[in-house]
Ligand binder design. Structure first.
Ligand code: PEP
Ligand code: MG
Length: 898
């Protein structure tokens, strides 16, 4: 086994894989000379071994002994010593931050003997016994799996006996009595005494932290945040410092910039005479960090200096936790802080302007998911809206939904398709399910660093917190607020609107408007007019400069095409022609299918053709000068016919009075009915089987192009044949198309080369791409169908049916219809690209499935060497950004340089 334990001085910030984020950063701060309580880190290697084998690696105990001995020497005290005990905390810390999801045990080393020593050293009996009862409580819950409410109940009882509601009214004797009660609970529940041996406490706590990697909430959080499940956690053993030793002590959380807006300044919360966990849990109201300047100017000054040092060192927003023990400042944690999407863009360009990073680095530090978030609508005119209260804007966005007061209800209602806002006094890690299900989160307690705020920001979910004017009554399922006409009560199911940007909470539904970032992409907003928009503009401009991938849009109408161009699309990668056969035109399709003679069919096609031609003219005009890939008809024909059951009922009910037309239609619908239409007569198969259909479409395209040229335009249509599985299919369709193109050229006198290509969306096409490229001038991957057919998953059914379960079981982390399955379907893409280009070196290759606008998939397509991605107009900016990031990330081996 390699080395398993590291002193803080042996690590650095780049060792997160091995030491976890917390450990690596504690090491970095130690080496920067900042005041970090000494300690050591047990590596993730040890955790992975423990999780795989069920026991810790053989050498671990000896290594821990060695590092503990060094720590004891440094501190001049030994762990759990009865006269002057060294106490430690045992803290989880994985590579990626998972706030509150895993376990931590404080005050390890206290026992019946050492509690006396601590009391003597601190000169404070109550503090010592309170620390001991905290240890038994945390240890009991975390290590021994005793239900937390058993301990909480005992505390409530003690307070009731004393006639108080405040913990602080419990004195040393009360705490001593609680310790006895807690020890009794441990004995009853486990059959053993609370361990008195400090080393045994420590080893058991370490294993419990390892185990907490696989706690339900940690698994759920990882799935949500797409954190791999096999990383494991490191364990930090840190000398205890106490923020609860009196008014000259305290604990706090701070950011070097506002994580909500990116503004530079002093942001944080401070809690006097308290331990760290009290702040993050949001259970007591904190004061703004600025107050510390009055309470303890020396520590405040030192903290400000350290924050500056950290920002300059990490070249980014840092988030820190600190404790002041009797006027001495200690740094307990730092990390590059989570931030809202808007803050991410603003901070990235601010740092460029401060010359701390270059613009490439700025590009690496934002992502497509954040940009997509900035494009969500916001609340528009709120002048007439019924404001209930204004509280802390913890995570931006506009959320409207029915108020619900517990997570189970949030999940239940969301599953029924309702939009809900989860309203709680505060949230804790057990609320994760409800937070995921809700559109937004509203709490009456806690600040910008409360659990609700931190987790919501991480999820990109709207959150307003600390709405202390609301009286939230979870049991009654309601909250009350003082309104101008007396008390206002909002009950479960009432609609409320919360604004995570301003902190406002409204009764009822407030209408939403487009975001300024969308207004900018639309060309309606000058980037210089708004700081956020200007940041987005600078990074987008750079992404466009850096990217190699082209970005096109999927669009079927002139209007969408025009928007796509405004959003930066360089053409159309997919025009689905099927919608052009719906609505009133459906009658014509019915006539086409029902025609019992060539003449009848030709007549129907002749009526469809000018309509199609008009559609194409509109799109070619919107995309003048740019390529427009038009796909010939793809879906099975029955989609354009009446429903079999409905028509059968209609004919049956009409009996003798059924019309000849309906009877004939029913016959045809029956004839065309397929058990698996997505695997049936669709795509090129339809084109080859229904005479004249594809020819009509090609003629409409050619005429539309000729019309545009005559009107002075510069059209570039490309004809795309769907669902090809064999080169022979493509050759047949191609021959027909070429014939029609030549005919139209002769008729109109307008000629030019029209590319003819195919979608690659059937696995067989991908595997015979070398042959198919002989007949195709371009490929466009239809990754929706390729995923459907590659996995054998019906794209219309499985996501709602069982993907939830599959994701829970870890079969995949995210739906393969959302993010391309790089290993399987991606392999088909790579094979087809390589073999297609081997046949035809100038083959153009793109993708037009939904994955073309998914951030991770876009980066995959860049690496696979595609020429372009195509996605819905709204996702075009995301694809542009990610295509640029793919290049910038490639140069650093895939990560930013913090
Ligand atoms: C695809 O299959 O990926 C595709 C773009 O075609 P459609 O979604 O229309 O089947
Ligand atoms: Mg398809």
């Amino acid at each position: 086994m390699p080395k398993l334990v590291y002193d803080f001085i042996e690590g650095n910030k780049d060792m997160k894989d091995l030491l976890g984020g917390k450990g690596a950063n504690l090491a970095e701060m130690t080496n920067l000379g900042l005041p970090v309580p000494p300690g050591f880190i047990i590596s993730t290697d040890a955790c992975r071994h423990y999780l795989a084998e069920g026991i810790v690696p053989a050498g671990l105990a000896a290594e821990v002994t060695e590092h503990l001995r060094r720590l004891e020497q440094e501190m001049g005290r030994s762990l759990g010593d009865s006269g002057d005990p060294l106490l430690v905390s045992v803290r989880s810390g994985a590579k990626f931050s998972m706030p509150g999801m895993m376990e931590t045990v404080l005050n390890i080393g206290l026992s019946d003997a050492s509690v006396q020593g601590l009391a003597k050293q601190a000169g404070n009996d109550r503090f010592a016994w309170d620390s001991y009862r905290r240890l038994i409580q945390m240890f009991g819950k975390t290590v021994l799996d005793i239900e937390g409410h058993e301990f909480e109940h005992a505390i409530d009882e003690a307070k009731r006996a004393k006639g108080t509601k405040n913990d602080l009214d419990l004195d040393a004797d009360d705490m001593k009595a609680l310790v006895d009660t807690f020890k009794q609970i441990v004995k009853t529940r486990t059959g053993s005494d609370f361990p008195q041996d400090p080393r045994e406490q420590m080893d058991m706590a370490v294993n419990a932290v390892f185990d907490s990697w696989n706690a339900d909430r940690a698994i759920l959080y990882r799935r949500q945040e797409r954190i791999p499940s096999d990383l494991g956690t490191a364990v930090n053993v840190v000398t205890m410092v106490f923020g609860n030793l009196g008014p000259d002590s305290g604990t706090g959380v701070a950011f070097t910039r506002d994580p909500g807006s990116g503004q530079q300044g002093v942001y944080g919360d401070y809690l006097q005479n308290a331990q760290g966990e009290d702040v993050v849990a949001g259970i007591r109201n904190t004061v703004p960090l600025q107050e510390l300047e009055k309470l303890d100017p020396a520590s405040y000054g030192e903290l400000m200096q350290i924050m500056q040092t950290l920002e300059n060192h990490y070249r980014d927003l840092c988030d820190i936790e600190f404790t002041i023990e009797r006027g001495k400042l200690w740094m307990l944690q730092t990390r590059v802080g989570k931030r809202t999407a808007g803050a991410a863009f603003r901070i990235a360009v601010q740092l460029v302007d401060q010359a701390l990073i270059d613009i490439d680095e700025a590009l690496r530090r934002v992502d497509g998911a954040q940009l997509a978030q900035l494009m969500f609508p916001r609340f528009g005119d709120t002048a007439g809206a019924a404001l209930i209260t204004k509280a802390i804007s913890a995570s931006p966005g506009a959320a409207v939904g029915k108020a619900v007061f517990d997570s189970a209800t949030a999940v239940e209602r969301a599953e029924r398709g309702e939009d809900v806002i989860l309203v709680r006094r505060e949230t804790n890690p057990d609320d994760l399910h409800g937070m995921i299900a809700a559109r937004g989160i509203l709490t009456s307690r806690g600040g910008k660093t409360s659990h609700a705020a931190v987790v919501a920001r991480g999820m990109g979910k709207t959150c307003v917190c600390g709405a202390d004017q609301l009286e939230v009554n979870v049991a009654a399922g309601q909250f009350a607020a003082a309104g101008k006409d007396g008390q206002l009560v909002v009950r479960q199911g009432d609609v409320i609107s919360i604004d995570g940007t301003s902190g406002a909470v409204y009764l009822g539904e407030v209408p939403v408007v487009a975001s300024p970032v969308v207004e900018y992409f639309e060309g309606n907003l000058d980037p210089a007019a708004d700081e956020l928009v200007s940041a987005v503009h600078r990074i987008m401009t750079h992404a466009d400069k850096r990217r190699r991938l082209g970005v096109r849009a999927n669009s079927d109408t002139g209007e969408d095409s025009a928007r796509a161009v405004r959003f930066g699309a360089q053409g159309i990668g997919l025009t689905r022609t099927e919608h052009m056969f719906l609505g009133e035109r459906r009658q014509l399709v019915e006539r086409l299918i029902l025609a019992d003679s060539d003449d009848g069919r030709k007549a129907a096609l002749a009526e469809l053709e000018p309509l199609q031609r008009g559609d194409f003219v509109e799109i070619l005009e919107a995309m003048d000068g740019l390529p427009v890939t038009i796909r010939l008809l793809d879906p099975p024909l029955h989609e354009f016919l009446p429903d079999l059951t409905e028509l059968s009922v209609k004919v049956a009910l009409a009996g003798d009075k059924a019309t000849e037309k309906d009877k004939k239609l029913l016959e045809e619908v029956r004839r065309l009915h397929e058990q698996n239409p997505m695997l049936g007569l669709r795509g090129v198969r339809l084109g080859l089987v229904i005479p004249g259909l594809y020819a009509m479409q090609v003629r409409a395209i050619a005429h539309a192009a000729a019309d545009r040229i005559k009107a002075g335009g510069n059209p570039h249509p490309e004809i795309m044949i769907p669902l090809v599985g064999a080169v022979q299919e493509l050759e047949a369709a191609r021959d027909e198309a070429e014939k029609v193109l030549a005919e139209v050229a002769a008729e109109t006198g307008v000629s030019g080369h029209t590319l003819i290509g195919t979608m690659i969306e059937v696995p067989r096409a991908a595997l015979t791409a070398g042959q198919i490229a002989q007949a195709a001038e371009f490929f466009s991957f239809g990754t929706n169908d390729l995923t459907q057919m590659g996995w054998g998953f019906s794209r219309d059914d499985v996501e709602g049916a069982f993907f939830g379960r599959y994701i829970e079981m870890g079969i995949f982390g995210v739906s393969p219809f959302e993010t391309l399955d790089a290993e399987g379907i991606g392999r088909l893409v790579e094979i087809a690209t390589t073999e297609g280009r081997a046949t035809r070196p100038d083959l153009k290759v793109g993708v037009c499935g939904e994955h073309g606008g998914d951030p991770e998939s876009v980066r995959f397509f860049h690496h696979a060497g595609l020429d372009y991605v195509s996605c819905s107009p709204f996702r075009v900016p995301v694809a542009r950004l990610e295509a640029g990031r793919a290049v910038a990330l490639e140069e650093t081996g895939g990560s930013d340089s913090r």
